[in-house]
Design a protein around this ligand. Structure first.
Ligand code: ACO
Length: 332
């Protein structure tokens, strides 16, 4: 039996502290003009003091629990696409579980960088369709600002911090909200974006070389990869959904670079008014960027519900994830 899935709620949380492009000119040789024209970014929200990606994730999670009216004890899984900078374990999902009291949930994190939310949707969909789960909370949360070399102007201007959460549940009315999912990985391009976690050899053996824990990116290579491959993968996902491109109302791409978003929009012949972007406000918040963009567009009325949408992300790995969804009224 095919079990239909409802996207029950979506929301986000960002830190209050904002850094503008002009602010960055105090620490690196850059300009508002360079950053805006090359990327579309004007400012970014960043964690300050002891704020953390986990705290943001907890706040986003609480919002979707409230909106979906699903009790935390009813959650079967919490999946966190997260690259939290402070520790590899316990998992971010376990920390969120403890904070919200999801005592019956199995919890794990996934590493798919900026494609993480779409990967989590694909896994969540499979768990519900197989009958293994009824209610799944996805929480994408990242503190990229803590993993940047703030002297490297080619990378540090591009990112911000944020969290996005989504609730998946069984659709009692039979309408399936996730029409297709397409997940890709091309590990041969792994050097394009890296974030090493340094580890030191046992003192009894030869010492190893340790890298700094900073995001390193070959921006031009990422750009070329994405504009070449992403449109093809999006078209293949749309074909799987049974809809035609011109039957889909909105395109919600990962917010990495405005020029990439515009190239995708042009190549897919999408109406620019129906392509969602808020990169100017948040920069690239990794896996949280799609849920932040989607929630904000619904809340501001830019996306009118009910609607169909393509959500598509790409990131380190390289990974690419696309899904075609139906968005119901009241989800955000
Ligand atoms: N301010 C001023 N000048 C700068 C800056 C800056 N912040 N950064 C680089 N420059 C300079 C360079 O030094 C270079 O100067 P030179 O010509 O004297 O050598 C010049 O600007 C051009 O640099 P390029 O790297 O060629 O600039 P480009 O037009 O390629 O833009 C960018 C760079 C914005 C990074 C672009 O390549 C890009 O957006 N790539 C995609 C990145 C992306 O999508 N990443 C996703 C990450 S997802 C994840 O998983 C983490």
């Amino acid at each position: 039996m095919d079990i239909p899935i409802r996207i029950a709620a979506i929301d986000f949380q960002v830190p209050e502290t904002v850094i503008t492009n002009d602010d960055l000119t105090k620490i690196i040789d850059t300009s508002d003009e360079w950053i805006r024209t090359r990327t579309g970014i004007e400012r970014r929200h960043v964690l300050s003091g002891n704020e953390s990606a986990v705290q943001m994730g907890i706040l986003a999670a609480k919002k979707v629990l409230k909106k979906s009216k699903i009790d935390a004890e009813k959650l079967d899984y919490i999946i966190a696409p997260a690259s939290v900078e402070t520790h590899a374990y316990p998992s971010t999902a376990c920390e969120i579980q403890a904070a919200i009291g999801a005592v019956n949930a199995a919890c794990f994190d996934i590493t798919a960088a900026c494609s993480g939310l779409i990967y989590a949707m694909g896994i969540g969909r499979a768990l519900i369709k197989s009958g293994m789960a009824k209610n799944i909370l996805l929480v994408a949360t990242d503190a990229v600002s803590r993993c940047l070399d703030w002297t490297d102007r080619a990378s540090c201007v591009l990112f911000g911090d944020g969290s996005g959460a989504m609730m998946l549940t069984v659709a009692d009315d039979g309408q399936d909200d996730i029409l297709a999912v397409d997940l890709r990985a091309e590990g041969q391009y792994g050097d394009f974006i890296k974030m090493p976690i340094p580890g030191k050899n046992c003192p009894l053996v030869e010492p190893n070389e340790q890298e700094n824990m900073f995001v390193k990116m070959e921006g031009k290579e990422v750009y070329k990869y994405v504009v070449t491959k992403l449109p093809v993968y999006v078209e293949e996902c749309v074909a799987k959904s049974g809809l035609k491109m011109n039957e889909i109302d909105y395109l919600v791409p990962h917010q990495a670079n405005m020029r990439i978003i515009e190239a995708l929009e042009k190549r897919l012949e999408f109406n620019p008014d129906h392509v969602i972007s808020n990169i100017q406000e948040y920069a690239n918040t990794s896996a949280a960027s799609i849920p932040i963009a989607l929630t904000e567009a619904i809340q501001s009325g830019k996306i009118k519900l009910p609607a169909t949408a393509i959500l598509t992300g790409f990131g380190a790995g390289m990974t690419v994830g696309t899904t075609v969804v139906r968005l119901r009224e009241g989800i955000a």
